[in-house]
Design a protein around this ligand. Structure first.
Ligand code: M6R
Length: 366
């Protein structure tokens, strides 16, 4: 059932090209220049009239929500707030009929997310679900929704659920951008075409497996690790750090790269590995100067770069190359080597990759 892979997690990492394709199949019609999703079409007015979108989720799904915040605001120019479901539900939040809530949950059973949905409904908001498990509690509790088609995710560490959530949320933002006229026609078509070939690029990103394994062996005994990214890749840094903590038990933190100088830089010494997500688009020069700051304090740099990059290569201790794509789609590629890196580190440390200690696949208690 692991399809020849040693762990479910690795199998699920490798399934990403095909499940991303499954997720957009029938929804993304690049040649016709159309995105069609029943749950969105039937409720288009609600989305178009929304004064803001509030995303509620936990864990990795919350990270997908953060990526979506950048995408929705850029593409559809709708203000977005991303909330931890557990905080939202207990805060007496200001929310009403002019808000659209998007609840993201792989399992569709997360207790805090379910409670946040019930609260939002009571206050008159329209609630849209992005779930993976068909017929789950959250998919039944929401007014409408769209399923990711990631297939069963067995590994406790979420991988393919994350990239398929980002895929769905990107499709939704593009559909809304088209309806609102907030994106030029040529950009819209460029995104559709790029999304259609993104599974091939994810496949190529999976070829970083060998280099990720080599780097994993070098840093497997590190007590700490920092992950830095900016813009669309800031949430990817958070996700990379979460993946490492949960399966290898190494303490890891994700930060927006520019926040370094406001505290975390004090942690940097020759023993600190710092994973920097530095694709060529998106604040590249700023990230390069962040790398220089770490370098001058002797930190060890593992950089995720666009194929062909030379500037970061000169500074970093290790580079992992991913294919080029449009900036907003880079999270779908930069995530891959981070998943592989934490996977191999956990394996080198003899950790139980698929069922890490103290964790359950769905958190049905608050
Ligand atoms: O099923 P959900 O997406 O609602 O689960 C949310 C979190 O519990 C989940 O993402 C958790 O953080 C994972 N173990 C992360 O890998």
């Amino acid at each position: 059932e692991k399809g020849g892979y040693e762990h479910f997690m690795l199998k699920e990492i490798y399934e990403q090209p095909s499940v991303i394709r499954d997720t957009y199949r029938g929804r993304l019609l690049a040649n016709k220049g159309i995105i069609q999703m029943a749950g969105i079409e039937d409720n288009l007015e609600k989305f178009l009239n929304a004064e803001r979108i509030i995303i509620v989720a936990c864990g990795t799904s919350w990270h997908a929500g953060l990526v979506a915040e950048y995408i929705f605001e850029e593409f559809a120019r709708i203000p977005v707030e991303v909330e931890y479901a557990s905080e939202f539900r207990y805060r007496n939040p200001i929310i009403g009929p002019k808000d659209v809530v998007i609840a993201i949950s792989q399992s569709g059973e997360t207790a805090d997310t379910l409670a946040a949905i019930k609260l939002a409904k009571e206050r008159g908001a329209f609630v849209f679900g992005v779930c993976n498990v068909v017929g789950s509690s959250i998919s039944r509790e929401t007014h409408a929704g769209a399923y990711t088609h990631a297939g069963p995710e067995i590994g406790v560490a979420s991988t393919k659920a994350f990239t398929t959530q980002i895929t769905i949320l990107t499709l939704i933002s593009l559909r809304l951008a088209k309806a609102k006229g907030t994106m030029s026609n040529s950009d819209f078509h460029r995104y559709l075409q790029e999304l259609e070939i993104i599974p091939e690029k994810v496949q190529e990103a999976l070829q970083t497996n060998d280099v990720a394994k080599v780097i994993a062996e070098i840093y497997k005994d590190a007590p700490n690790c920092l992950y830095l990214g900016r813009g669309y890749n800031f949430p990817v840094a958070l996700e990379g750090a979460l993946k490492l903590k949960e399966i290898s038990y190494i303490h890891a933190e994700g930060y927006p790269a520019a926040e370094m100088k406001h505290g975390p830089i004090a942690l940097i010494d020759e023993k600190m590995p710092v994973v920097v997500i530095a694709p060529k688009q998106g604040h590249y020069d700023k990230v390069v100067s962040n790398i220089q700051e770490i370098k001058s304090r002797s930190g060890k740099i593992i950089a995720i770069v666009t194929k062909g990059d030379t500037q970061v290569r000169d500074l970093a201790d290790h580079v992992i190359e991913i294919p080029d794509t449009i900036e907003a789609l880079t999270p779908l590629l930069t995530t891959i080597p981070l998943q592989l890196l934490s996977y191999h580190i956990a394996v080198f440390r003899d950790c139980n990759v698929d069922q890490p200690r103290n964790l359950a696949k769905s958190v049905t208690v608050e």
